[in-house]
Design a protein around this ligand. Structure first.
Ligand code: GLU
Ligand code: ZN
Length: 284
């Protein structure tokens, strides 16, 4: 047994909180002693990702003693690489330019995708010319699934084979207006080129895996194993989130928690089951 190649792929949109510690520890542990644990900075959202958060999360991971087995990959350094991958899909007629505004997308939405985003129902799918104004690149999901013949499934580490709901996502955005790339695109590119054999991440991304599997199959990328772990929630049962001001690792550290204590706490809440409320006053 040589162990897995796993990754922890945070976005620097705020300070790390206990949920991230749990996720990072999980990825490190699942790699095993013989495997590799890679840190990747997913910073393609130029508006929300700030360099100071990028630096802070690296400092925090170092303080926790979680080191990347290989050079840390920063997605913003590789935009041409992702765009070239998108070009492959474009040449095959699987993506199209969509000029709809956010309001138009909402107005023409055909319900909501499993991740809560509106399912695109607008007219751009049939347009033949590349528009002059700003646009996003969308995957033609129906065409993609027809090309593949079947909805690709994936294997969870616990043995379950999951057939996802790719069709329910509709025509997801693969190239954003601002930089021509997107989360779905970059994550499958990097999991492939970094040779990730086990993708560990929170259950909030469980459904998105069906989109990732479609893209992997279209591009001939290998299929990794997946292990989606439970989420750590606040008292109100919501996933801890940087945006809602979940207590940061920094704040917990200032309260006097040591790195081993924080890691032990993160492990305990994760192993306790699915979704565990973690109060503001962390029980040591
Ligand atoms: N960058 C994503 C996040 O911070 C995680 C992506 C993934 O693990 O696939 O939510
Ligand atoms: Zn459109």
């Amino acid at each position: 047994m040589t162990g897995f190649r796993t990754r922890f792929a945070p976005s620097p949109t705020g300070y790390l909180h206990l949920g991230h510690v749990a996720s990072a520890c999980h990825a490190r542990e699942m790699a095993g002693a013989q495997g590799k644990f890679l840190i990747r900075i997913e910073d393609i959202d130029m508006q929300r990702c700030l360099p100071r958060f990028g630096q802070a999360l690296l400092d925090d991971l170092q303080w926790l003693g979680l080191a990347s087995s290989e050079a840390i990959l920063r997605q913003s350094d590789h935009l041409p690489f992702y765009r070239a991958t998108l070009d492959r899909l474009r040449r095959e007629g699987l993506v199209y330019a969509c000029t709809c505004s956010r309001a138009q997308v909402q107005a023409s939405a055909q319900g909501f995708a499993p991740d809560g985003s509106p399912v695109y129902g607008g007219p751009c799918r049939e347009a033949v010319h590349r528009p002059n104004g700003p646009y996003v690149w969308r995957l033609n999901m129906e065409k993609a699934l027809t090309r593949l013949g079947v909805t690709p499934s994936w294997q969870e580490l616990d043995g379950r084979r999951i057939v996802g709901q790719a069709a329910a996502f509709g025509d997801v955005v693969l190239g954003r207006r601002d930089n021509g790339v997107s989360y779905h695109l970059c994550v499958i590119c990097d999991d492939a080129r970094q040779g990730i054999t086990l993708v560990t991440r929170g259950a909030d991304l469980f459904e998105a895996t069906s989109v990732h599997r479609v893209l992997q199959e279209l591009l001939g990328f290998p299929e990794p194993l997946y292990a989606h772990h439970g989420l750590i929630c606040d008292e109100a049962g919501r996933k801890l989130s940087k945006r809602d001001g979940a207590e940061s690792l920094r704040a917990l550290r200032e309260k006097g928690l040591t790195a081993p204590e924080l890691i032990a706490l993160a492990r305990r809440v994760l192993s306790a089951g699915e979704i565990i409320p973690v109060g503001r006053n962390v029980d040591r």
